[in-house]
Write a protein that binds this ligand. Structure first.
Ligand code: PGA
Length: 255
């Protein structure tokens, strides 16, 4: 099964409007460097419109994604963004259950599951994040923790929705630390996730699901990750804020 590789830039709470525009234009102008790899930019919600308009003006095939959303369609939820609002701004993807959302904002698997279902119902493709902490890894609980997150976050999805969903394996100890998982450590968990998806749906469905690795991905470590059979792309934080680095990673997956 050949899965289209997907490299997404999670800008987190960084940049301003002018810099967001500049970075988008730089990436869009060089999209060919990514080859067949799909590129996604996930700016802060306040800049989605600017980034979307910049992509549209260049007519390049870069996709737009949100970093979070609420699971309800509308209502009295001060400060929140609804699925249809992301869609309205041209988003194709939305990152859900990022470890910063789970740790700093109390998102549980049940919350991530509700958001995942709402995203799919609205026509967005969720990028659902899972990953263990250092303490969990060191105490030998990686498989259990990741399996629980995958089961909980993706519970009740019909196979047709599951196969569209992107899963991002992001070991918490590797996020923003410069400590990337070895390609073998990453591949091992990716294979475990795919196996689990096979039991949740079917091996054929699991074979279609794209599983990204995230956590200190840089141009110089991307190639070794990209050759692993179950690593289908990257969710990139810090390195996505520089066009050269982001495209360097995309190139490693696209070559
Ligand atoms: P990082 O972040 O690439 O800066 O480690 C990854 C992420 O949080 O998605």
């Amino acid at each position: 099964m050949s899965r289209r590789k997907i490299v997404a830039g999670n800008w987190k709470m960084n940049l301003d409007r002018a810099k967001a525009k500049e970075l988008t234009a730089a990436v869009a102008a060089r999209v060919a460097e990514a080859g067949a790899t799909e590129l996604v930019l996930c700016p802060p919600a306040t800049y989605l419109e600017t980034v979307g308009a910049t992509i549209a003006a260049t007519k390049s095939a870069v996709a737009l994604g949100g970093q979070n959303m609420h699971d309800k369609a509308s209502g009295a939820f001060t400060g929140e963004v609804a699925p249809a609002m992301l869609l309205d701004l041209g988003c194709r993807y939305v990152i859900l259950g990022h470890s910063e959302r789970r740790t700093l904002f109390g998102e549980t698997d049940a919350i991530v599951n509700a958001k995942t279902k709402a995203a799919l119902a609205a026509g967005l493709i969720p990028i659902v994040c899972v990953g263990e902490t250092l303490e969990e890894r060191e105490s030998g609980r990686t498989s259990d923790v990741v399996a629980t997150q995958v089961r909980g976050s993706l519970a009740g999805l019909p196979p047709a929705d599951l196969e569209k969903t992107v899963v991002a394996y992001e070991p918490v100890w590797a996020i923003g630390t410069g400590k990337v998982a070895t390609p073998q450590q990453a591949q091992e968990v990716h294979a475990l996730i795919r196996g689990l998806l096979g039991t949740l749906a079917s091996p054929a469905v699991a074979d279609k699901v794209r599983i990204q690795y995230g956590g200190s991905v840089k141009p110089d470590n991307a190639a070794d990750l990209a050759i692993q059979p179950d690593i289908d792309g990257a969710l990139v934080g810090g390195a996505s804020l520089k066009a050269d680095d982001f495209l360097g990673i995309a190139k490693a997956f696209g070559g």
